[in-house]
Design a protein around this ligand. Sequence first.
Ligand SMILES: [Zn+2]
Length: 510
Amino acid sequence: MNTKIYSATTIGVNAYQVEVEVDLSFGLINFFIVGLPDTAIKESKFRILTALKNCGITLPEKKIVVNLAPADLKKEGTLFDLPVAIGILQTSNHLKIDSNFLNDTLIIGELSLNGEIKSIKGALAIAYDAKKFNKKRIILPKQNAKEAALIEDIEIIGVENLTELIAYLKKEINITPTVQSIEELKTTTHELVDFSQVKGQEQAKRALQISAAGSHNILFIGSPGSGKTMLAKRLPTIMPKMSFDEIIQTSKIYSISGKLLNKSLIFERPFRSPHHTISQAGLIGGGSYPQPGEVSLAHHGILFLDELTEFKRATLEVLRQPLENKNVCIARAQQSLEFPADFLLIAALNPCPCGYYGDKKKACICHSTLIAKYLEKLSGPLLDRIDIQIHIQSIDYDTIHDKKSQNVSSADLYSAISRAVETQKNRFNGAKFNSSMNTDEIDKYCQLTENAQTIIKRAFEKLNLSMRGYHKILKVARTIADLSGSENIDTAHIQEAIMYRSLDKNLEKQ
Ligand SMILES: [Zn+2]
């Protein structure tokens, strides 16, 4: 006798249907799993048999063969425990599930030895793609039910243990499908941060406003304790709210990383700040079971690299691909897979090895050649992708204790940003931000007034700008003009944009 159960697995952020065929036949009592299983799957037979035994089920003394199809798809992990167990029960007549029901259902879940059904990775991604496989329902671990239930038009049956599932499949009990609206989940608490908590630093806040409005990568240069991290952390509070699609796309990445459990979804733009000792695989993804790296966990959010010069140069070089293509390709033996990685980069560094070059309060003790060498360590391809550079000064005593000083809040900054974002949506049909303009688009959309032209011409000569540097100024100036609702780029816009290229002089000489 032979039964087919439908299951699924994820590769990258996409789900693939897997057919679990179970065959029982006379012969030596044995249990085989074929069809490119990994070690975790091969070991599943012990979990499955023990779980069935512990649920009081005695199996006929026969040979069990499980085939996972398609054969060329590499299957990983423990989520096939449940479909295999159900397949065995159906084939051995312990269950008599209607074949239409089986054809319409995906079954996923890991079994523990006592029959409990444990959570799995990737439930959201599987639910997202389930309709592609013409499925009407998914039976999965209860812990994964909420995330999967966000996908509409698919019935989500969350189960806690095998005994419960068997009773459900025998129609002895009813399990109400999990219903979950995105609005209900939004009430999750999060750390309340706001720009109003940062005293002073108006210039830095302004630079971040421009960065958020036009999606410009930004570099902070400042002494230790100048508040670079505090500022960076608040950037998500002035970015546009995530759209439904962005929420699902980012949450899928957390789901396949197993980082979503009971945490519902990712509603706030993620802020990731990996330590400088991170490995290349940790940063861009990889491993023998390829997992998304920090760049993908920052998808639709922010990647903050503090102490940029402390990162290994080779580690920073791998950022080139995601910064350029907004995704990461990971080559594997059988197929390469892709993770999305569209993030805004904030990098921060000290101005010199001792940290105090240009600081108002403390003197720098570094020799000038040492400073040049220090900046040389910065990776060229990475800097090429950064539109805004800004020096951050540590704030003085008076600012901290000035009770009258008004602190610009996130809401203050956001009102102009939302207008600029709207303008760009109309300009590019929602496809991109000013930072991604190509040369033709720069020519088309960055019209300068006559006075502005004079200014940039002078800067071009004086700063010895490269064409790339010149284009960056135009893109940033476009965003500044959008923030003030101006169609043309005028003197004030271009002057401010030039201000954000302070490192160019140092760096482009190299
Ligand atoms: Zn120094």
